[in-house]
Design a protein around this ligand. Structure first.
Ligand code: NAX
Length: 327
């Protein structure tokens, strides 16, 4: 079997530390697919990457045939089939959102160009580093030779958080909660769609108190990242790695009939009237092998429509703030 190459940026960071060992053990591509891991971080972290490489080696994963480490995106993205773009600068004290957008945006200009030049043409890209929707828009803009539908930003963790809260409230097994889509931005304006979500196959808003869904449920999901930081002193890491795996895996396997998953994708020609030049989270369905479509024809009730407008507005504002990086 041909080697599949997987790039991970921010590879010395905490999400990567939870992700790499699972990739190496076959959690993404299965127990027969040999892989190479390409680990990218900033120059001061190359030493730390050596340590990560030693640990991967010492884990004796039979599927892991090669490990590359470094800080040059173009060299590290060479021939990669999957790219997890996790590395980004955290928001520092006193830093405004627009500063974070500008700083991190520059990273994704460089990485988009590098993917365009050296990744495999069928590469699938998942942007995790925040603000992930707009970073993804920037990366795809600078990779004009790669199809835009090969780029995703991660809202899978929000979906997973929502599934858990619905199952807990309804007191049902996690597997009984399905069809939960997240719309819009991976931020506090995101819209967890309880109207189309199902519990035991019936609409969640028929099974649970509508007031709870509109208030506590939505705000718990929107604020969950902050709640983890407040409790743990660090942002979500293992759950983010689990979500990143789930997000990429969802693209590779055909979605079971009638179901969907959330992913933030290019909004061109979307069937919901959202601005057509954003990376916006929609319910998606995979045809397998990395190809997907946006699920059409879902009913959006008046409450959710209003929320959708807010998250769309926020993404348009983010795009305006990085206008200079989208030339
Ligand atoms: P860490 O600070 O532990 O690690 C980030 C790593 O990225 C560091 O090692 C840093 O040196 C590296 N890095 C920075 N700039 C880089 C560049 N230009 N090229 C390569 N590497 C670079 O952060 P971690 O907790 O792993 O989080 C990483 C990112 O994920 C953050 O932006 C975070 O906000 C984002 N998240 C996104 C989530 C999502 O659902 N989309 C959820 C989890 C997480 O908050």
């Amino acid at each position: 079997m041909n080697l599949k190459r997987i790039a991970i940026t921010g590879a010395a960071g905490q999400i990567a530390y939870s992700l790499l060992f699972r990739l190496a053990s076959g959690d993404l591509l299965g127990p027969h697919q040999p892989i190479a891991l390409h680990l990218l971080d900033l120059p001061p972290f190359e030493e730390a990457l050596k340590g990560v490489r030693m640990e991967l080696e010492d884990s004796v994963f039979p599927l892991l045939k090669e490990i590359k480490i470094g800080s040059q995106p173009e060299a590290l993205f060479e021939g990669v089939h999957y790219a997890f773009l996790i590395g980004a600068k955290p928001r520092g004290p006193g830093m405004e959102r627009k500063d974070l957008l500008a700083d991190n945006g520059k990273i994704f200009v460089e990485q988009g160009k590098a993917l365009n030049r050296s990744a495999s043409p069928d590469v699938r890209v998942l942007v995790v580093g925040n603000p992930c929707n707009t970073n993804c828009l920037i990366a795809m803009h600078h990779a004009p030779d790669l199809p835009r539908n090969h780029f995703h930003a991660m809202t899978r963790l929000d979906q997973n958080r929502g599934l858990f809260q619905l199952a807990k409230k309804a007191n049902v097994d996690l597997r009984e909660v399905t069809h939960l889509a997240i719309w819009g931005n991976h931020s506090a304006t995101q819209v967890p769609d309880f109207h189309n979500a199902k519990i035991h196959g019936a609409p969640a808003d028929k099974k649970l108190d509508r007031k709870w869904l509109e208030t506590e449920f939505i705000s718990t999901i929107q604020q969950r990242g902050a709640a983890v930081i407040a409790a743990r002193g660090k942002s979500s890491a293992a759950s983010a790695a689990q979500a990143a795996l789930g997000a990429m895996k969802a693209l590779l396997e055909p979605t079971p009939h009638g179901e969907w998953f959330s992913s933030a994708v290019y909004s061109k020609s979307n069937p919901y009237g959202i601005d057509e030049n954003l990376v916006f989270s929609f319910p998606c369905r995979s045809k397998g092998r990395g190809d997907f479509e946006i699920v059409q024809g879902l009913a959006i009730d008046a409450f959710l429509k209003e929320k959708l407008a807010l998250t769309e507005k926020e993404l348009i504002e983010e795009r305006d703030l990085v206008r200079g990086l989208l030339k």
